[in-house]
Design a protein. Structure first.
Length: 101
């Protein structure tokens, strides 16, 4: 099984989060990209799995205002648009690498 645990999470830039993974891979997301990926029940229908958030409604200059670890499997983010219900599991982040893997 391939591991996808972050070794370091860089969040000095409010508009960007970068993750160095323990297998040497690095990924980088803008806050807007993460906001558009938000898997919470407000953004994705729990019954149909359909994304209800319109990606074009997310401003490209969105910032992340708070990042905290959820157990050892995910990060939770609060965005500058006030959205804070998203929990991003590490394998989900790795799978949705904007640069491709
Ligand atoms: Zn959400």
């Amino acid at each position: 099984m391939s591991s996808s645990s972050p070794k370091v999470i860089h969040r000095k830039d409010p508009a960007r989060i970068a993750i160095d993974w323990d297998d040497g891979h690095s990924t980088s997301y803008t806050a807007a990209e993460l906001r558009r990926l938000c898997p919470c029940a407000n953004c994705v229908s729990e019954t149909t799995g359909r994304r209800m958030l319109d990606p074009s409604s997310v401003s490209d200059d969105l910032e992340q205002q708070d990042l905290r670890l959820v157990g050892n499997y995910a990060i939770a983010l609060r965005f500058s648009d006030g959205h804070e219900t998203g929990i991003f599991p590490f394998p989900y982040l790795r799978k949705n690498d904007p640069q491709g893997t």
